[in-house]
Design a protein around this ligand. Structure first.
Ligand code: SAM
Length: 287
């Protein structure tokens, strides 16, 4: 939820300028998820997550009105469920992005697993057909079955010279995705100095997260002319820090955050945290 609200918040800022942009999603996933899936803990997690947020919004129609980033997100989830006639459907980053991009924008989706890639194609085909019939021309979309890190070089820099790169790996292996995300963020900046890069990361042990984040930031190529590079981390966790649970929380590290993005995040992030963690056992931070 943090990842998807952040994605919409970034697109809300970046689409203020008329000029088109490229959104490169290096780990796109299957596009559409079934939260009732008995094979996973998803149904359980959803009850405390997205379903809880939707209930809050239904009970108090004004609760998220001051936070358009959260309201945008709930709207995409509701519309996905309505379109698919499935009350357990949940949109992944490709469908979330598609809802916010304009005809002058481009969306490139990379997914390496053939079965996920096939599901992604189907989900995007249906969503863009619906968008064409109801909302007008959607962004132009390319979907590839490939290694997302390896395809950065093919897609950057884009002709628009404006890009949002979203890096959302599975972190299944303890170290390799952390290292690969570091290298990919450096490559994105080398290829396009003003690229906005958003990297999702898990929060388990705070010391490890802090060490990784600090090292990644310090290794980024600096801007020409000595201007400081701007980075921002949004983090949300639901148990006390360092609690030994599978996944306590997560963060989004944003390189080159758009103008005033931080000020808005300082409003909506605590509101999202309060809705997900009503007893306030965890916390949130904008670093
Ligand atoms: C966390 S999921 C992505 C979720 C998606 N970004 C979303 O928000 O809906 C990670 C995905 O990356 C895929 N993947 C793993 N390694 C990859 C690689 N090297 N390149 C592209 N995709 C990869 C996995 O198959 C999985 O579908």
């Amino acid at each position: 939820m943090l990842k998807h609200v952040t994605l919409l918040a970034l697109l809300r800022s970046l689409t203020k300028k008329d000029k088109g942009l490229l959104l490169l999603d290096t780990h796109a996933g299957r596009g559409l998820y079934d939260l009732s899936s008995s094979e996973s803990k998803q149904a359980n997690e959803a009850a405390k997550g997205i379903e809880r947020l939707l209930v809050h919004a239904a009970q108090d129609g004004t609760r998220f009105a001051p936070f358009p980033e959260i309201a945008d997100y709930l709207k995409v989830v509701r519309e996905t469920r309505q379109r698919t006639s499935d009350r357990q459907a949940y949109p992944g980053s490709p469908l979330i992005a598609l809802a916010a991009l304009r005809p002058q924008d481009r969306l490139t989706l990379i997914e390496s697993q053939p079965a996920e890639h096939a599901a992604l194609r189907e989900a995007v085909k249906n969503a863009s057909r619906y968008a064409r019939e109801h909302d007008g021309t959607p962004a132009s979309i390319t979907i590839e079955c490939a290694d997302g890190y390896g395809r950065l070089a093919a897609w950057l820099p884009p002709i628009e010279r404006r890009a949002l790169v979203v890096i959302d790996p599975p972190y299944e292996d303890t170290t390799s995705d952390f290292k690969a995300a570091e290298r990919a963020s450096q490559e994105a900046l080398r290829r396009l100095a003003n690229a906005v890069t958003a990297i999702w990361y898990p929060i388990k042990q705070v010391k490890d997260t802090d060490t990784w984040r600090t090292k990644l930031i310090s290794a980024l190529p600096q801007k020409a002319g000595g201007e400081a590079l701007s980075t921002l981390a949004l983090e949300l966790w639901i148990h006390p820090l360092d609690t030994r649970v599978g996944l306590n929380g997560s963060g989004m590290l944003i390189i080159n955050p758009p103008f005033q993005f931080e000020e808005h995040a300082r409003q909506w992030l605590p509101a999202l945290h309060a809705a997900l963690d009503p007893e306030s056992r965890g916390g949130c931070a904008v670093r």
